[in-house]
Design a protein around this ligand. Structure first.
Ligand code: C5P
Ligand code: MG
Length: 190
């Protein structure tokens, strides 16, 4: 299996690029944010719990997110590999992911961080909020909170894998096509 974490702050282009990579390399795209939004759309108990955090730009508790991720992997046992988009967001989630993959004799092969300037991500999110319908993209104070949570809780996940020699940084500024080309080069070399 080839398992890749596509990493970076909200608005760095993870979702857009993960779709391309999944297609090009035949991997399963797993976006925990999309899974939460699906649950919220269906107003399930999981969706209702997640909503109370997401609407503030906070993280859903690790146990909830890890349980949902495990269900998704269990439902797709025969994949060639996975692109993780928006997960893991905490060190506890990273440790849980390593454990889940190890149970199938697999591991995280690389973490690729999309490097984007902060002013640019705020602009991208506000723009996306105009047609995505996502309430958490429409309010600048929620966006700022998501970025602050990213710096405090999520950024250490990169160092966790980088310390094992698995970290890669990509310039996430420029056109979607340019960024996709940089990612293809990095993933091909993993
Ligand atoms: O990944 P995405 O930006 O779509 O996630 C949207 C929201 O879902 C996050 O701001 C956060 O509230 C929640 N989330 C989370 N834990 C994750 C992924 C998403 O709490 N691992
Ligand atoms: Mg996303």
């Amino acid at each position: 299996m080839t398992n890749i974490i596509l990493f970076g702050p909200p608005g760095s282009g993870k979702g857009t690029q993960a779709k391309f990579l999944a297609e090009r390399f035949g991997l399963l795209h797993v976006s925990t944010g999309d899974l939460f939004r699906y649950e919220m759309g269906n107003n399930t108990p999981l969706g209702q719990e997640a909503k109370s955090y997401i609407e503030k730009g906070e993280l859903v508790p690790d146990s909830v997110t890890i349980g949902m991720l495990k269900n998704k992997l269990d439902a797709n046992p025969d994949v060639k590999g996975v692109i993780f988009d928006g997960f893991p967001r905490t060190i506890a989630q990273a440790a849980a992911l390593d454990e889940l993959l190890a149970a199938s004799s697999a591991e995280v092969d690389g973490i690729i961080s999309l490097e984007v300037e902060e002013a640019e991500i705020v602009q991208r999110l506000l723009l996306r909020g105009k047609d995505s319908g996502r309430a958490d993209d429409q309010d600048e104070s929620i966006i700022r909170n998501r970025i602050s949570v990213y710096h405090k809780e999520t950024a250490p996940v990169f160092n966790f894998y980088d310390a094992k020699g698995k970290g890669h940084k990509i310039d996430g500024m420029g056109t979607i096509e340019d960024i996709a080309a940089r990612l293809n080069t990095t993933v091909s070399a993993l």
